[in-house]
Design a protein around this ligand. Structure first.
Ligand SMILES: [Zn+2]
Length: 535
């Protein structure tokens, strides 16, 4: 298919993945800037916003898929092609927004300079190191941006606007002389979250007054009209649950990046005279990364966080152990306990397991299996659904804007031309569009990825559509083949995975070519085992 014409003045937006009939994920956007500088000379640039993976539902041929890097980035050791972007901007640190970076590097591509807030930068470094990408010439330049800061890049001024989602999560205001686009990233409004900067309605109102032409907005929970539970309410409900577990061990399973929930669990533990104990290398690393980025969990909780190895002498009913596994991911703490894998946390008859996170559809089956296995040990398992049935109230809330948040954002920003819903399956995108309509705004509904939208003083217009192949990544080797640990030693770090990459069509279903561009250079140095590092 012909590339869309992007020569007229304006900002061109294209969603390359993330709006999928088969579910959300692999979020990636391309913005082309066509403007003029202060002397009136033409200026152009290109930005890529987010580069994530879509995690597959197990059983299929691929572990994940992501937008093909071929049309986005330059190959290593080769000159920049026409399409090389000036910068890669990251809204936040979830895998569906940055998980494809390591794969593009693995496939031999060179990433442009990355701009993001400090916590996101830490998690980019962690992701690349975990994939064995340690050589300086394969690692991208990372520029950290303060929340609220404006950078000039790719011919535009880009402001990182704090939103409530994860530490450092930012919406992006992309502005030229001719147009302004507000790209929400994942967001919601919750003034009670503890870590990072809060979404500021006054700032958003000011941005709206300066003029926003188009809002490109998260649709994930836009159809949810139920009342919202704030993080503070969730914390209170967790506190009640923990208080009722006298004499029992309590283990909670979260997502590794759900650090505000870890704070709520820490506060609930403290209220019951328990210490918060963190188990699992990935979660510990994320908490340390947050600390380095200026988001201290210990400060937010008001008491120290213990590592599992330092808490062995603590009686079980004086601890609340938090680990990973809320989505029953292979290798996560709860999953490993459910499968009785070596080095896993002990869970038994005297344990209450709390899972303060709703299982999303792609992981529902794995989640049910994990809960059954945990119950087979005799443990009591309180999932998010059961907490409500048991009368404790909500112990989880979507990290995304519900209908009321979506209305608030549009009311504050008052976009001049359109609202374009993204980050959603077709029904979610439609629900978001309906909210815009109900406020007298014009929705621009794009049901698929690939449409190119031009926005300028004249309004927003679809100027073309491009086919965008995906890459399917399959991890070779057996995921369960972990290096064996001696009893009491905990888990050994897994050597970096080796992937096979196939080029798929725009739906991710038809195979276009097998094993494309895979980089199997000699640079894949496995990391030394943990005990060698410690000495
Ligand atoms: Zn997210």
């Amino acid at each position: 298919m012909e590339a869309a014409d992007r020569r007229q003045t304006g900002i061109y937006w294209q969603s390359r993945m993330g709006n999928n009939a088969d579910g959300i994920g692999g979020n990636c956007h391309r913005y082309d800037i066509v403007t003029s500088d202060s002397q009136g000379r033409p200026a152009t640039g290109r930005l890529v916003v987010d580069y994530g993976i879509k995690i597959h539902n197990g059983g299929g041929a691929y572990d994940c898929s992501f937008p093909s890097p071929e049309e986005l980035f330059a190959k290593r050791g080769q000159p920049d092609p026409d399409h090389a972007p000036d910068a890669l901007l990251l809204t936040h640190s979830h895998e569906d927004h940055l998980g494809a970076l390591k794969h593009a590097i693995d496939m031999g591509y060179r990433l442009p300079p990355i701009h993001c807030t400090p916590f996101t930068a830490e998690l980019v470094k962690k992701s690349l190191a975990g994939a064995g990408i340690i050589e300086p010439d394969r690692r991208p330049e990372i520029h950290t941006v303060k929340p609220g800061e404006t950078v000039r890049v790719g011919g535009a001024e880009v402001t990182f606007v704090p939103v409530d989602h994860l530490p450092g999560a930012s919406a992006l205001l992309i502005r030229t002389r001719e147009a302004a686009v507000f790209h929400t990233g994942d967001y919601k409004f919750d003034a009670t979250m503890a870590l990072g900067d809060r979404a500021d309605p006054e700032l958003l109102r000011r941005i709206g007054k300066q003029g926003v032409d188009m809002v490109v907005s998260d649709s994930t929970s836009a159809g949810d009209e139920r009342p919202k539970a704030t993080e503070r309410e969730i914390g209170k409900h967790l506190e009640t649950i923990v208080a009722r577990q006298k004499g029992r061990a309590v283990v909670a399973g979260v997502l590794g990046t759900q650090l505000d929930r870890v704070v709520s669990l820490g506060r609930a533990a403290k209220a019951s005279g328990r210490s918060l104990v963190v188990s699992g290398a990935s979660l510990v690393q994320n908490i340390q990364a947050a600390e380095r980025a200026g988001h201290s969990l210990e400060k937010a909780i008001g008491s120290p966080i213990l590592l599992a190895k330092d808490a062995r002498a603590l009686p079980a009913d004086k601890a609340l152990v938090v680990t990973t596994g809320a989505f029953a991911q292979p290798n996560a703490g709860l999953t490993r306990s459910a499968e009785h894998l070596p080095g896993a946390l002990y869970i038994g008859r005297d344990t209450t397991v709390i899972i303060p996170q709703r299982a999303i559809p792609p992981v529902a089956e794995a989640h049910r299996t994990m809960v059954k296995r945990l119950e087979a040990t005799g443990a009591q398992v309180i999932t998010t659904e059961r907490a409500e049935e048991m009368g404790y109230g909500a112990i989880h809330q979507s990290g995304h804007a519900i209908a009321a948040d979506t209305r608030l954002l549009y009311t504050l920003l008052k976009p001049r031309h359109v609202v374009s819903p993204m980050h959603g399956a077709p029904g979610q995108i439609e629900a978001n569009g309906e909210i815009a309509r109900s406020l007298g705004l014009k929705p621009l509904i794009l049901r698929e990825n690939g449409a190119v939208v031009r926005i300028n003083e004249g309004g927003a217009e679809i100027v073309g559509r491009e086919d965008l192949p995906r890459i399917g990544a399959h991890e070779t080797g057996d995921l369960k083949q972990l290096p064996r640990a001696r009893p009491g030693e905990g888990r050994r770090p897994r050597p970096p995975a080796i992937y096979r990459y196939d080029r798929l069509d725009t739906t991710g279903e038809a195979l276009l070519s097998r094993n494309v561009d895979a980089y199997h250079g000699p640079a894949r140095v496995p990391r030394p085992p943990r005990d060698a590092q410690a000495r």
